[in-house]
Design a protein around this ligand. Structure first.
Ligand code: ADP
Ligand code: MG
Length: 347
């Protein structure tokens, strides 16, 4: 479904490659963690999958297509098969939850009737039932990320890319997000998630590809995070009292240290332009209800919710420019209809 063949990537003006001779294949339905220190090449891999960057050497196949053969004009259509979630959520601040999720469907020309059915379904799936009319600022960080996930999967992409999706969230909230991602994966969506969160990677026992200075140093089917000594400390300090626990749907109980940590700095240059998806068979809507975090709109801000600070200047782009960033429009010329055959057969 995703195949890297001897991929090297050297950005212009840099002296050493960001990726060097990276080869791997992710099968349909897999959940793959991309781990490694900051600068090891995780986001570069995700951007290459989206065709936001081109490899300097090697070939990438995604959904049966050689990315080198997709013309720029067709890239937005290609990207509709791939949902993307970022560390900083990137919601439209002046739209409700419903409107944020509906937005991507509107841009790709889905009918009103379709949108009216699809949005509530996906909001329920991510645990935001009853919050459709909230504004983003009325939501906790975890809820905002759930909206972003709902937006990323509402038109059932075959692949979901997540670039440090829990990087701005405290551990308990992150566990809820991981539950949602697990459920989406259980519905058949292939997930590639870049992360620093050793705890989840260790607990979830999914495939782990570890990068170090642009090279794969580990590829394990049911891995853990591995040696964390070289990786910046992102785990919170141990809780002073008995730690709370969170049950993942895998049945794994994750200890949760209480206080929030500082948000990880996210250089704007590191964040790929967003994307948007399309057809997948499996709907992940039949899953059990998650337990969403308490929202500040429900009352007092809970201890486990850290206010979201947005340093990123591109966090609130104008809507149409967001659509372009989301890969939904081809330079503003995109209509509603498109040919699904643009994307090759599922492998
Ligand atoms: P990670 O996501 O693991 O932190 P990245 O893929 O963002 O790693 O970066 C890998 C390397 O490529 C780093 O050395 C980074 O500085 C460099 N890099 C990433 N994006 C660019 C860019 N647009 N231009 C130049 N260098 C870049
Ligand atoms: Mg990164």
């Amino acid at each position: 479904m995703i195949r890297f063949d001897h991929i090297s990537k050297q950005y212009r003006g840099t002296s050493r490659p960001a990726l060097g001779d990276v080869s791997f294949e992710a099968q349909r339905g897999e959940f793959v963690f991309l781990v490694g220190a900051s600068g090891s090449g995780k986001s570069s891999c995700l951007r290459l999958i989206l065709k936001e960057e081109r490899p300097s050497k090697g070939k990438i196949h995604v959904l049966g297509q050689d990315l080198g053969t997709i013309s720029s004009r067709k890239v937005p259509y290609f990207r509709r098969n791939i949902g993307v979630v970022f560390q900083d959520f990137r919601l439209l601040p002046n739209k409700t939850v419903h409107q944020n999720v509906a937005f991507t469907l509107q841009v790709i020309g889905k009918s009103r009737g379709y949108i009216q059915e699809a949005v509530p379904d996906v909001l329920k799936m991510v645990g935001l039932e009853g919050k459709a009319q909230r504004m983003p600022h009325e939501l906790s960080g975890g809820e905002q990320q759930r909206v972003a996930i709902a937006r990323a999967v509402v038109n059932k992409p075959q692949i979901l890319l997540a670039d440090e999706p829990t990087g701005n969230l405290d551990p308990a909230t992150s566990a809820g997000i991981m539950n949602v991602l697990e459920r989406i994966n259980a519905g058949g969506t292939t997930i590639i998630m870049a992360t620093h969160e050793a705890m989840f990677v260790d607990q979830m026992k999914k495939r782990v590809i570890e990068l170090s200075q642009g090279e794969i140093v580990r590829d394990e089917r049911h891995g853990g995070y591995g040696v964390t000594a070289a990786i910046p400390l992102v785990k919170p300090a141990p809780a002073p009292t008995e730690p709370a626990t969170v049950q993942l749907t895998t049945g794994v109980v994750v200890p949760v240290a209480a206080p929030a940590r500082q948000p990880a700095a996210t250089p704007a240059a590191e964040i790929p332009a967003a994307v948007r998806p399309a057809t997948t068979p499996a709907a992940a809507t039949a899953a059990p209800e998650p337990a969403p975090e308490a929202s500040p709109a429900d009352g007092k801000q809970p201890d486990n919710v850290r206010p979201i600070t947005r340093a990123n200047p591109v966090a609130h782009p104008a809507e149409m420019s967001l659509a372009e960033r989301l890969g939904l429009r081809a330079n503003g010329t995109d209509g509603g209809d498109y040919d699904d055959q643009n994307v090759g057969p599922v492998k």
